[in-house]
Design a protein around this ligand. Structure first.
Ligand SMILES: Cc1cc2nc3c(=O)[nH]c(=O)nc-3n(C[C@H](O)[C@H](O)[C@H](O)COP(=O)(O)OP(=O)(O)OC[C@H]3O[C@@H](n4cnc5c(N)ncnc54)[C@H](O)[C@@H]3O)c2cc1C
Length: 522
């Protein structure tokens, strides 16, 4: 080989991301007997959400025995709702237990990938080099890229500014005037954690949240010993937690009027801590519970009732030096601003970087709203699957259930490709994608997310709900058990042009080169 030539790396599968989705995909690939794969991760360690969100108070809203992989039960969960550090440690443990380290490529952010229509494979450029793959499984996360609103004057703020998912641990907030922007799942965990040390805490609230009590407790040593000794008890516990949530789904998807009594519980949660009628009025939502994600906290309202806290019932709209100005004109002084303003969800950032068969990016294909067959396959993007793709999110249960369903689908997808043999690819038929999404959107019409009278991050810019699954997790499990080949076009390489007799030897050499998996490129 000449010195300037490099071995071009080709793999059967490239997984992007090493959160629950990417690690789950890696385990599943190994279990399917596929070892020719890499996991491309932009950060320097695994964990995704649970690596990036290290803000004080960060914890799960779903009990840990349900918010974990079914194939990797953990009898040692210390609390019913585990904190970030325990979930992160769990994912490190899964990585070691299932021998995933050799597949991991850290500091390898995917910058761009394009489908090669002739060779039927993805060409992937990462910050650490390029490679090709027959199949790409994109698990870049639904809540992975922080969203900071464009606030006029923010550049002029003399203090520290950071997003909840990029917590600046070097900042000591003791005695400081801290502004928290937002009242979503992260903000309501940050407020009670920061309030005791802050000199003054100002919460900018555009919309109040419905907050239910959090029934968190330590899992006793005896319970853990039982789970260790009798693994079936962990399964049972998980089963009960799952069943309860499955039974709640109909109220969200078909009978939002039944959620009134849940609102009463949330109102009591507030009333127990907030005695001031004016503050209570500010904090009472005017939309149906469940329309936005239901939040769980038994410490949020008590923190808001403390004398060093102000609730501004209006969004932040301007910054003038250290003065923060709300849309209603209220002003507050601050030394630090913490944005709990969520993530790019309906404008999935990886979509800008994926170029499909017709040269369009996935973002362009999704201009009118994200849509994919069974939550995974977009038409015109062959051999590409999104884990937690469009309409696979949940309002009330564990995302791990949905991830595992999509991994079943991924496994069958790869089996089907093997059965078809040779160099083949599957491209979702546009009609199949349309049918699937039509059914999803029809079911969406009655749900609390669409009818509850709120705007939320579940909805895209056009008001279409492209994020939540409008059914039970069991229904989604059934819908993703098998790949139905009738929903896909099977692509094969175009036959090589018939060579002129004099050049026959050269043409054959070219065909063979295209079929080798480790190619040599200049
Ligand atoms: C604070 C918080 C609390 C949550 N609580 C719950 C809960 O209680 N229950 C629940 O069900 N869900 C919860 N979620 C949702 C949670 O995101 C999912 O449950 C799950 O962790 C998603 O896993 P994932 O692997 O799909 O994505 P992530 O965990 O986000 O992982 C995506 C990975 O992809 C990497 N990546 C992204 N782009 C690129 C690129 N271009 N190149 C290479 N790598 C890339 C990222 O660095 C990251 O490591 C919560 C989310 C947040 C932010």
């Amino acid at each position: 080989m000449a010195e300037h030539e490099q071995v071009h790396e080709h793999v059967r599968v490239a997984v992007i991301g090493s959160g629950f989705g990417g690690l789950g995909a890696a385990v599943r690939l190994r279990r399917e007997g596929i070892t020719d794969f890499v996991v491309l991760e932009r950060a320097g360690s695994v964990g995704g959400t649970w690596r990036d969100n290290s803000y004080p108070g960060c914890a799960c809203d779903v009990p840990s025995h349900l918010y974990s992989f079914s194939f990797a039960p953990n009898p040692e969960w210390p609390r019913t709702f585990s904190g970030q550090e325990h979930i992160r440690a769990y994912l490190e443990h899964v990585t070691d237990t299932f021998g995933l380290r050799p597949h991991l490529r850290f500091d390898s952010e995917v910058k761009r990938m394009a489908w090669d229509t002739e060779r039927l494979r993805w060409e992937i450029e990462t910050v650490s080099g390029s490679l090709t793959a027959d199949v790409v499984v994109s698990a870049t996360g639904p809540l992975s890229d922080p969203k900071v609103p464009d606030i006029p004057g923010l550049d002029s703020f003399p203090g520290k500014v950071f997003h909840s998912a990029r917590w600046d641990h070097d900042q000591d907030l003791t005695g400081k005037r801290v502004a928290v922007i937002g009242t979503g799942a992260s903000a309501i965990q940050i407020v009670p954690a920061v309030q005791p040390k802050a000199g003054r805490l100002t919460l900018f609230q555009r919309t109040p949240a419905w907050v239910m009590p959090r029934m968190d407790r330590a899992i006793s040593g005896a319970e853990r010993a039982l789970h260790r000794a009798l693994p079936v008890t962990t399964k049972l516990r998980r089963g009960v937690l799952w069943g309860i949530r499955e039974l709640q789904v109909q109220a969200f998807t078909k009978h939002p009027d039944e959620l009134g009594f849940v609102e009463q519980i949330a109102k009591r949660n507030m009333g127990a801590a907030i005695k001031d009628p004016a503050l209570r009025a500010k904090l009472t939502p005017d939309y149906r519970i469940g329309c936005k994600r239901i939040l769980l906290s038994s410490t949020y309202y008590p923190a808001l009732a403390r004398p060093n806290v102000d609730v501004v019932a209006s969004g932040l709209c301007e910054v003038r030096g250290s003065t923060l100005v709300a849309a209603d004109g209220t002003e507050a002084e601050a030394d630090a601003i913490i944005f709990g303003t969520g993530f790019h969800v309906t404008d999935m950032p990886i979509a800008e970087r994926v170029v499909g068969a017709d040269g369009r990016t996935l973002a362009e294909a999704w201009k009118g709203g994200m849509e994919a067959l069974r939550g995974g396959s977009a038409a015109g993007f062959p051999n590409f699957m999104t884990v937690i793709g469009p309409n696979t999110g949940l309002g009330n249960s564990s995302m791990i259930l949905m991830i595992e369903s999509q991994l079943n689908y991924m496994a069958d997808y790869l089996r089907q490709l093997n059965v078809l043999g040779g160099r083949t690819a599957l491209d979702a038929r546009p009609a199949a994608v349309r049918n699937w999404n039509h059914r999803v959107q029809e079911r969406m019409k009655r749900t609390v997310w669409n009818t509850g009278g709120c705007t939320s991050w579940y909805l895209d810019a056009a008001g279409r709900n492209t994020t939540v699954w409008p059914g039970t997790t069991a229904e989604f499990r059934r819908a993703t058990r098998r790949v139905d080949l009738a929903e896909y076009e099977v692509l094969r390489p175009a036959p090589a042009p018939v060579p002129a007799p004099a050049n026959a030897a050269d043409a054959n050499a070219g065909t063979n080169a295209a079929d080798t998996s480790a190619e040599v490129s200049a």
